[in-house]
Each structure stands twice: as C-alpha cells, then as structure tokens.
Design a protein around this ligand. Structure first.
Ligand code: 5GP
Length: 176
C-alpha cells in the first residue's frame, strides 16, 4: 500500500511483472519488424518510463522521439486546435510505432494517429503498456498491448495522480 497525494493505492502490477511483459512486447516487435528501421514516438509525460524500458529491449535500427499533445484556442475559429509538439523527425515513408502508457477511451491516441498520418509514414502502429477495453471508443484497437485492465484509475510507472506518483516502479490501483 502507498499514499499518493490524498489517496491510498495498492499494488496492481508489480515491477517484476512489468519488466517481464515489456521484454515480451519488445521481442514481439523485434520479430515483426526484423530487417526494418523503425521510428518510435513516445507520448509524454506518462510514457517516459515505459518507453525507456521498452527501448532497452529493442534490437532494431531505430530512432526515438518524444511528443506532447498541446491544445489551444484558434485565433479565429471557435474550436480548440490540437498539435503535436516536439516531434522533430521526418516521418514520410517511415515505419512508426507510437508508444503510450495507457489507452483509455482511445481519443488521445486517435488524434495523435491523425496528426502523425499527415506526414505520410509507411505505417503507424500503437504500442501501449495498459489498455482499458471497456472504456475504449476509438477507431482502431492498439496493436501491441502489455496489460488489458479494468476501467479503474491506476497510478505509477509514469502515470500520475495530480502530477504525483509518476516515479513509482509498479502500477497501483486506487484502494476502494
Ligand atoms: P484516453 O481516454 O484519451 O485514451 O486517455 C487520455 C489520457 O488520460 C491518458 O493518456 C492518460 O494520461 C489519462 N488516463 C486515462 N486513464 C488513466 C488512469 O487510469 N490513470 C492515470 N493516471 N491516467 C489515466
């Protein structure tokens, strides 16, 4: 049990289970992309720990970049405009794998896929550590999933509760 901010959390996925699954995810990707060059794009802030451990197990020729979604009010339009900040790589014709900490409703990753696709990569796949299938409303399920989990709030290993708890080396679930 651990306290994050004003809430109590209990271990849901241990550090050992995480590392074992991440090694297996990477082995799967290494096999499927054998002989190819891959651009990994990790989505900040949540994916920083997962991306770091995943990449240590990737043996392909690869580049890695970190992006953040940013939304702002357009000057003339009434809606919000979404953009990806920090990419700095040309994705045209590249094999791209987006690295996410969690896919919940799937709306965030849908937007990122849309923005990345504008650059005409050869392919775009999604690798997520956690996936909440019952909450998912996106257009395409993630291609590589570490753990499918119930629709409950989790924290740790990059994921935050009020910006706290990202440093925990395991995944914790809120204690009911
Ligand atoms: P989406 O619903 O668009 O798939 O996910 C949006 C974002 O909500 C995720 O990238 C993540 O930052 C956050 N999120 C969704 N579920 C959880 C959760 O259980 N715990 C934490 N800490 N963040 C979550």
């Amino acid at each position: 049990m651990t306290r994050v901010g004003d809430k109590q959390f209990e271990v849901f996925i241990t550090a050992e289970e995480l590392q074992k699954e991440i090694a297996s995810l990477a082995a799967h990707i290494n096999k499927e992309y054998a002989g190819k060059e891959v651009v990994f794009i990790a989505v900040l802030n949540g994916a920083f720990m997962f991306a770091s451990d995943l990449m240590k197990n990737i043996s392909l020729d690869c580049r890695i970049s970190f992006v953040k979604m940013s939304s702002y009010k357009g000057l003339r339009s009434t809606g919000t405009v979404e953009e990806l900040i920090g990419l700095g790589l040309d994705l045209k014709g590249k094999e791209v794998i987006l690295v996410e900490d969690i896919v919940d409703t799937g709306l965030t990753i849908d937007k990122i896929i849309g923005l990345v696709s504008e650059q005409e990569p050869a392919s775009v796949k999604v690798c997520t550590l956690l996936y909440k299938p019952t909450a998912f409303k996106g257009s395409k399920e993630p291609d590589y999933v570490g753990f499918s989990i119930p629709d409950a709030f989790v924290v740790g290993y990059g994921l935050d509760y009020m910006e706290l708890g990202r440093n925990l080396n395991a995944i914790y679930q809120i204690k009911s």
